[in-house]
Design a protein around this ligand. Structure first.
Ligand SMILES: [Zn+2]
Length: 165
């Protein structure tokens, strides 16, 4: 890599270490020409393209910030927010695309958020899907209720004798 100080076309890696739990690699480099040192960061490219067409690097803290807003006053802690953001990143990276539209990030947030907290999910969905009426909420709530009903049947069935006490 070119030296940012003297623009010598080559530099030497003197140290390399993983950061951000292995998501990035930081390399300490030295310039053979001017002897100055600099650091480079390497990470797999994942860009989010906004509706305006502007793209920016995927940012887990932005996901956390958006979801945290929807979770205000809800029993959701910081660890759960971080885990959700990680799930979102994993989902998007799994597509293998170097660029994803921002609405796909929203979609990737909705699924795990529904599992985490239904009220926060409704808040997030209402903004993200631009609910315009009470009917939009009613429809979403009806779907949530249907899911919950199915979920509780599945939960109760395998444990069997719980109701027999
Ligand atoms: Zn140099």
């Amino acid at each position: 890599m070119r030296c940012p100080f003297c623009h010598n076309p080559d530099s030497r890696v003197i140290d390399s270490r993983e950061a951000d739990e292995g998501a990035t690699t930081r390399r300490r480099r030295s310039c053979p020409q001017c002897s100055r040192r600099f650091t480079t960061v390497e990470e797999a490219v994942l860009a989010v393209v906004k509706r305006s067409g502007v793209s920016e690097p995927f940012n887990r803290s932005k996901v956390v910030a958006g979801v945290r807003r929807a979770c205000q006053g809800r029993p959701v802690d910081e660890d759960q927010l971080q885990l959700l953001a990680q799930q979102v990143e994993d989902t998007i990276r799994a597509t293998g695309a170097a660029e994803v539209p921002s609405n796909e990030v929203g979609l990737a947030i909705l699924r795990p958020l529904r599992e985490l907290d239904e009220v926060a999910y409704l808040r997030f969905a209402s903004v993200y899907r631009a609910f315009t009426s009470v009917a939009d909420f009613e429809k979403e709530i009806a779907e949530l209720k249907a899911r919950t009903a199915v979920g509780s049947v599945l939960e109760v069935a395998p444990s069997g004798g719980r109701s027999g006490r």
